[in-house]
Design a protein around this ligand. Structure first.
Ligand SMILES: Nc1ncnc2c1ncn2[C@@H]1O[C@H](COP(=O)(O)OP(=O)(O)O)[C@@H](O)[C@H]1O
Ligand SMILES: N[C@@H](CCC(=O)OP(=O)(O)O)C(=O)O
Length: 382
């Protein structure tokens, strides 16, 4: 067990791990306030992301603009204000949008991968893991994920509804270090600057209080969704999960590059000190669906060395559960040492228990990685 622990290829979040940054571009930034995507501005964005990517940063894009691009491509038709009209615009515009990103990144020989998500993809534990694995695979292969909501088919019940909150969920999925919400203002002001020219910029928010929520108004344009209030919600979700969040002006020269190098721009929302517990509370807000009994080597690896659980350390699998459901991890004497979200379902674990990670694929015919339960998906009992 101990030897195998050293052989895993699981991602290690050490100080050498390059920073992972999610950058969300609002419609206002991508159109620069016009009725269509502004490719001249987008190429300057692509250049900054490329420079950071080439310097080793792991960059993830959350892009709005599908509806704006669709409306423009169709020649600004008069449409009834229905969900079906919006979905139609998104269906037309998403392909325009992704093609634009693809062509611009192609200038720098960088490949992108499109991911269209809904809330249902993130709230369901198995789909959460699937989305996370896909994002991880893209990043590991140096492909930049470009995410939007799957607006064309998502109904109100399963939508996140705005890309600020979607980007916070994306940041949790990729365990980002930072989230940048780029918009058409310098940051969060003490009142809407479109309505109050004397409004003042708030450079740092350490706690999202009712007062902060009360000063954040809606969108200033009919193309954006949510305005500042959805950005505050997103900052709340992201910072509670350990992701520092910055609202910054999308039209400032080199804004992404400068933020990544630590410059103070816009409004920074700092991470509360108890963030890790909250992230895990979010992940583990479910009753346990089964039990994994592990050997002494695995108990030591998990509790003393803070490592992942490998199949080799599992002695028995109790209960029936899907990948991503929460299970108890117990030692042979029955005492619970941890809670965890396994990467394999109960049937698969029963077949690979006690086996080397290198044998997983030949036993199952597929593999979701070397570990049975990753340490990031575990709460160890103190
Ligand atoms: N307190 C505030 N500080 C800054 N902007 C605010 C505030 N309250 C409301 N807003 C509005 O939020 C808008 C940005 O949100 P939105 O239009 O949804 O842009 P995006 O497309 O970038 O998400 C601003 O243009 C501004 O009018
Ligand atoms: N998913 C939608 C954008 C939703 C949204 O939140 O827009 P915005 O407020 O401009 O970031 C689209 O692509 O048009």
């Amino acid at each position: 067990m101990m030897d195998n622990q050293h052989k895993t290829s699981e991602p290690q979040k050490t100080t050498e791990t390059p920073k992972t940054i999610v950058v969300k571009f609002g419609t206002s930034t991508l159109t620069q306030g016009t009725p269509k995507l502004n490719r001249a501005h987008m190429i300057s964005i692509v250049k900054q992301i490329t420079d950071l990517h080439n310097a080793g940063f792991r960059m993830v894009i959350v892009t709005s603009g599908a509806m704006a691009a669709g409306r423009n491509y169709l020649g600004h038709p008069q449409l009834p204000p229905t969900i079906a009209s919006k979905q139609m615009l998104a269906a037309v515009g998403q392909s325009q949008l992704i093609q634009t990103w693809e062509k611009l990144f192609d200038v720098y020989d960088i490949r992108i991968g499109q991911i269209l998500l809904t809330r249902a993809d993130i709230e369901d534990r198995e789909r959460f893991l699937n989305a996370r694995d896909t994002l991880q695979a893209l990043l590991d292969n140096r492909i930049i994920p470009v995410i939007n909501e799957n607006d064309a088919v998502a109904t109100a019940e399963i939508k996140v509804g705005d890309n600020d909150n979607l980007s916070a969920l994306a940041a949790i999925l990729v365990q980002a270090d930072q989230l940048y919400l780029l918009t058409d203002q310098q940051g969060l002001f003490d009142s809407d600057p479109r309505k109050n020219p004397a409004a003042k910029l708030i450079p740092v928010v350490e706690q999202i209080t009712d007062h902060i929520r009360s000063i954040a108004g809606g969108s200033g344009t009919n193309l954006g969704t949510g305005g500042m209030s959805t950005k505050i919600n997103a900052a709340d979700v992201a910072t509670r999960s350990g992701v520092e969040t910055i609202i910054a002006p999308g039209d400032r020269l080199n804004v992404i590059f400068d933020l990544a190098h630590g410059e103070s721009i816009g409004t920074k929302f700092t991470v509360p000190s108890a963030h890790l517990e909250s992230r895990k509370q979010w992940l583990f807000a479910a009753p346990s669906a089964g039990v994994l009994i592990v050997d002494d080597g695995a108990v030591n690896a998990i509790t003393v060395q803070h490592k992942s659980l490998l199949p080799a350390g599992i002695i028995a699998v109790e209960g029936r559960f899907s990948r991503g459901e929460v299970v108890k991890i117990c030692s042979q004497d029955g005492s619970q040492i941890a809670l965890g979200m396994p990467r394999y379902n109960s049937d698969a674990l029963a077949r690979i228990k006690g086996k080397k990670s290198t044998d997983i694929e030949s036993i199952l015919g597929y593999e979701y990685g070397a570990v049975a339960v990753h340490r990031d998906d575990m709460i160890v009992k103190k």
